[in-house]
Design a protein around this ligand. Structure first.
Ligand SMILES: C[S@@+](CC[C@H](N)C(=O)[O-])C[C@H]1O[C@@H](n2cnc3c(N)ncnc32)[C@H](O)[C@@H]1O
Length: 387
């Protein structure tokens, strides 16, 4: 029986820090006893497992929306008028198909159209260390590219949540530095934008775009060491501390109240504590919270950032997509959209590797040549989920 079915049990306080409280509870029970208009920021990464268990189409997306509705209503009730709701939500592949679920877009539309939230801004968290998955579509059939971003919906109760981009500035790019050094001639751009000489003022740092690059590669943190020492399985879907930190900095002041309903290993709580915000985390799984205690025992995994602006390893470069376009041999596209999976057994060294034979003529020749070349039917369901 769930907590909801037995009425409204008092949420169990699992741990308390100087500024925060962790509840081992269904977030709905904590929300129920939370005062209206009391929270400055809800920043969270909700579970999105529901999407993966289902078979085809949009049914699973609709079930996700149904599951989310009571949270949406409660979030709206407990947020202050000046407050923000930030939801980190990864996309998902439809099982067995090289197509994407629409559930995270539907969630956004539902939150705005049914629950009255405003989309303050859409952000995209790029994880440069993401593996090229799902392998079937990306590395075997080569019909999709690597999925390396999560959407982060920044929603608000009014169009005017408190916020300042001055809190999340980043270093100027080399070209901007050059422009500042050489000076800038004010003129109208072909786009019609009037670039005044104000653009040449050195403000010390640049306003960031809504693309945030953070690799999710924590491997030697105090949290992980604590889990290992205590035989606790680390939370399998943690977000990097820099992600909630970005929004806590931009959207709250010291002593404001930050809430993470789907707390997991309490990354949000750890960051909020360090940034001197008050905070509440909820999590239903006790083992995750036993691991989270490792974040509050004195040694912090999300210690203040010691990264330096002049260290090249703190920058993630993206090549212009055209760099390899000139002179490269272009194969014909698979006319069936990759429906047929080509698999080679490279025993004789002569067979093509999977995905190489994508021109019909080449393919026919290879089939004649190589008894080892097999065509597999794509009606088979492959495990295409990235993580
Ligand atoms: C994606 S994880 C969050 C991970 C977290 N951001 C971190 O970095 O450790 C989502 C979490 O929500 C928890 N959860 C799911 N439903 C919940 C509910 N109704 N109340 C509280 N926690 C819930 C799951 O157990 C899971 O740990």
């Amino acid at each position: 029986m769930s907590a909801n079915e037995v009425g409204s049990p008092e949420p169990r306080l699992f741990h308390e820090t100087e500024r925060g409280r962790i509840y081992l509870a269904d977030a709905l029970d904590v929300l129920r006893v939370t005062a209206a208009d009391s929270i400055d920021l809800i920043v969270t990464s909700p579970p999105f497992g529901l999407v993966r268990k289902k078979e085809y189409g949009n049914v699973e997306a609709d079930q996700y929306l149904h599951w989310f509705k009571p949270f949406a209503a409660s979030f709206h009730r407990v947020l202050k008028e000046s407050g923000s709701l930030v939801i980190d939500i990864g996309g998902a592949w439809n099982p067995g198909l090289p197509t994407r679920s629409l559930y995270h877009f539907k969630l956004l539309i539902m939150l705005c159209e049914e629950f009255g939230f405003h989309l303050a801004q859409d952000f995209y968290w790029w994880n440069p260390s993401r593996l090229p998955t799902p392998a079937e579509w990306v590395t075997v059939r080569r019909i999709r590219v690597k999925d390396a971003i999560n959407t982060v919906w920044w929603l608000s109760k009014t169009p005017w949540p408190k916020a300042s981009n001055r809190r999340v500035l980043q270093p100027y790019s080399p070209s901007m530095k050059e422009l500042l050094n050489k000076g800038y001639k004010a003129k109208k751009r072909p786009s019609g934008h009037d670039i005044s000489d104000k653009f040449a003022i050195d403000n010390g740092a640049a306003i960031p775009p809504n693309l945030i690059a953070i690799p999710n590669t924590e491997s030697n943190s105090a949290y992980l060491r604590y889990c290992q020492e205590n035989g606790i399985k680390p939370h399998p879907a943690r977000y990097p501390a820099a992600l909630p930190e970005y929004f806590i900095r931009m959207l709250t002041d010291e002593n404001d109240l930050v809430f993470d309903p789907f707390g997991g290993s309490c990354v949000t709580g750890e960051v909020a504590e360090r940034l001197r915000r008050t905070w509440i985390c909820c999590e239903m799984n006790e083992e995750y919270l036993r691991g989270a205690l490792g974040r509050f025992g004195g040694t912090s995994s999300a210690a203040p950032d010691s990264r330096r602006a002049d260290d090249e390893t703190n920058y993630y470069k993206m090549p212009h997509p055209g760099i390899l376009w000139n002179g490269s041999v272009t194969r014909a596209l698979p006319p069936d959209g990759g429906r047929q999976r080509i698999v080679s057994m490279p025993a004789d060294g002569a067979s093509p590797a999977a995905g190489q034979a994508d021109k019909p003529a080449e393919l026919a020749a290879m089939k004649a040549d190589s008894p080892q070349l097999k065509l597999l039917d794509s009606s088979k369901t492959y495990d295409a989920d990235p993580d």
